[in-house]
Structures are given as structure tokens and as C-alpha cells.
Design a protein around this ligand. Sequence first.
Ligand SMILES: [Zn+2]
Length: 166
Amino acid sequence: MSDRVWEMSIEQRESLIKAAFEAKQQTYSPYSKFPVGAALMAADGRIFKGANIENASYGGTICAERTAIVKAVSEGTRSFVALAVVTDVPSTISPCGMCRQVIREFCAQDMPILLIPGDYPKPPGHDSEGKPGIIAGGIKETSIGELLPDSFGPEHLDLPRTGGGK
Ligand SMILES: [Zn+2]
């Protein structure tokens, strides 16, 4: 189990998880048939929900995590304290590479990211119990620092340049 200090209360965490399941209900995923829900908690306690929204072009598809982040940022909120992601799979599913980079843009390296199994809460004694990062109910607790180590972010654009480029 992680020794991360939660910024959320247990009640807030349960609200976030519930919101992720609610978000999944709004999925538009006729192609993958892989519903995903995400819920992003802002520093002021507001929760922004996102579902995966697919497209017949496939390339126009937007993941649940990015839907939630873009909704929040476009509404003027850029400070976040936690993200929860859930699918219909009875194990935890991790954000795709593109979403990891977008999460990296707006979220602290150690902000809690809760990957929720589709059959949450798993009963005590479930098969993922005791695995790294697994907490009560079968949730995997991680962070963007863990999911996208040694990452590129906005602060790198402020670094001094060698002057070799145009
Ligand atoms: Zn994604």
C-alpha cells in the first residue's frame, strides 16, 4: 500500500468513484464497445465527468480522461486533486499514452489517479489484493509520475536554448 497522503476525504473519494461510474453511462463507443468513464476532482471540490466519445473516422475518438480534462479547462478550472477512471473490465485499466501526456500538462506528478475495476468494490481476498498499488476494493492507486516517468512538460519550454535552432 502506498504511503501517499490523501488530499481527499473518504467521502470525496467515494463521490469521485461514483462520478466515474456515472460518466461511463454516457459513453459513445459503438466501435470499440469499450465504455470508459473518468471523473476529475478540482481543487474546489467540483467534479468534472468524461466518457470516451468515439468517431466513425476512428482518429477523431476522444478518451474519457481527455474529455473530463478538456471540459474542466474550457470551463476555467486548471487545478485538480484527483482523477478516477473506470471501464467495464473487472480489472484496473490504465490511461493510454496520449491521455497520460494530457494529464501531465494539468496535474501534479503525485496527484492521485484511481484506476477502478469495473466490478468495484471487490470483496476482501480478491485476486489482485496485495499487488503493488492495490488498495481497498481492488482500486489501483497511482499517479502521472508513475505512469509517465521522465516526462516532458510545460516547464521544459522555459529552459535556456543552445541557440542552434531557428
Ligand atoms: Zn486515452
